[in-house]
Write a protein that binds this ligand. Structure first.
Ligand code: GLN
Length: 272
């Protein structure tokens, strides 16, 4: 305990010193870091973190193949693209795992510099945060239990119990069906919605196509309906007005042009 107090005091002292140092000359970091750290006109997290050379990415790491754990490491398409972007911009990537529903708030409040989580661009989200250019497409699909015929297409969802991941576009789309009599069960993780389906607690799960494939591969007795539900595009979200949008877009453009994005996606998604 005594040691803890000492460590805490030391950390506090360093923090105070650094804050003072930033006020006068910038605290550590490279030349480019300093210029943004001392730029008092913008106050986004990106400018703060520039001082220590890190960019924090908010994600929900239960969304294979975009972000998921391999041991205690978060891997996947988003994790690799984010890393490539950070390398181009000269930052170290730090991934913060949280509920999908908390990502936009984390970015808005500056707790994270950007959010990348197979996140679909929607008009409603654009009111709260800015999106970069898109980097890939996705489709919302319906997963059902093999052999059950309650839900054979999107129309049947109107009278079904549907499992979704809270705050996702799947949740938003099926919420429209509540007026028709659909019952929506909202889960923190897609995997929990899929478990509820396996246990017969919901009739269908609406979720993005690639994670759906991963869930069906990992859980016996489930199938994806052929009828696609909604087409979407994924992008990275940043705080409103942040200069990170332009920086990330620059890096994304280069990574698209030199084939990096394609090869990362191909590494994780094998065409069937
Ligand atoms: N693409 C969906 C959305 O943006 C789901 C994302 C996710 O669950 N990670 O809402």
């Amino acid at each position: 305990m005594k040691n803890m107090k000492k460590i805490l005091a030391a950390v506090l002292a360093i923090a105070v010193l650094c804050t003072t140092a930033i006020a006068f000359a910038g605290c550590g970091g490279s030349d480019t870091d300093k210029s943004s750290a001392t730029d008092s006109t913008t106050e986004s997290k990106a400018d703060d973190t520039a001082a220590n050379g890190e960019l924090h990415m908010a994600t929900n790491a239960f969304f294979e193949p975009y972000e998921y754990y391999e041991g205690d490491k978060i891997v996947g398409i988003d994790a690799e693209i984010a890393d490539a972007i950070c390398q181009k911009l000269g930052y170290k990537l730090v991934i913060d795992d949280m509920d999908f529903d908390s990502i936009i708030t984390a970015v808005q409040s500056g707790k994270a510099d950007f959010g990348m989580a197979g996140m679909t661009v929607t008009e409603e989200r654009k009111q709260a945060i800015d999106f970069t250019d898109t980097y890939t497409n996705a489709i919302q699909v319906i997963i059902v239990k093999e052999g059950e015929d309650k839900v054979k297409g999107a129309d049947d969802l109107k009278t079904a119990t549907i499992g979704v991941q809270m705050g996702t576009t799947g949740d938003i789309y099926v919420s429209d069906f509540e007026a028709d009599g659909a019952k929506i069960e909202r889960f923190n993780k897609g995997a929990d919605a899929v478990l509820a389906l396996s246990q017969g607690k919901v009739d269908a799960v609406v979720i993005d196509n690639q994670p759906a494939k991963a869930f069906v591969a990992q859980n016996e007795g489930l199938a994806i309906l052929e009828e696609p539900f909604e087409n979407e595009e994924y992008a990275i979200c940043v705080a409103k007005g942040s200069d990170l949008t332009e920086k990330i877009n620059g890096a994304l453009k280069e990574l698209k042009e030199d084939g990096t994005i394609d090869s990362i996606i191909k590494k994780y998604i094998k065409e069937d």
